[in-house]
Design a protein around this ligand. Sequence first.
Ligand code: SF4
Ligand code: SF4
Length: 85
Amino acid sequence: MAYVITDSCIKDELCVDVCPTDCIHPKKDEPQFETATQLYVDPDGCIDCGACVPACTSDSTFVADELPDDNKQFLENNAAYYAKA
Ligand code: SF4
Ligand code: SF4
């Protein structure tokens, strides 16, 4: 299980600031940040602490099991960001 970010993300890094394992990228100091349309959770680094959910003001973060039906694709989409990195 991991947490997942969806495309309502506005890249304000509020979740990055609270994530204890630094598993949310790209960050502002990384080259991919400019072109990324959202941030992504690395499923291998996420420890399911849930801290990113209350931090997010745009309701973009979900535990994988609770992703709305129309956002299920973001489970794969988040993992794919790290697969090609
Ligand atoms: S659940 Fe915790 S470890 Fe996982 S992305 Fe959110 S803040 Fe980071
Ligand atoms: S807190 Fe929410 S909107 Fe901000 S970067 Fe994280 S997922 Fe995106």
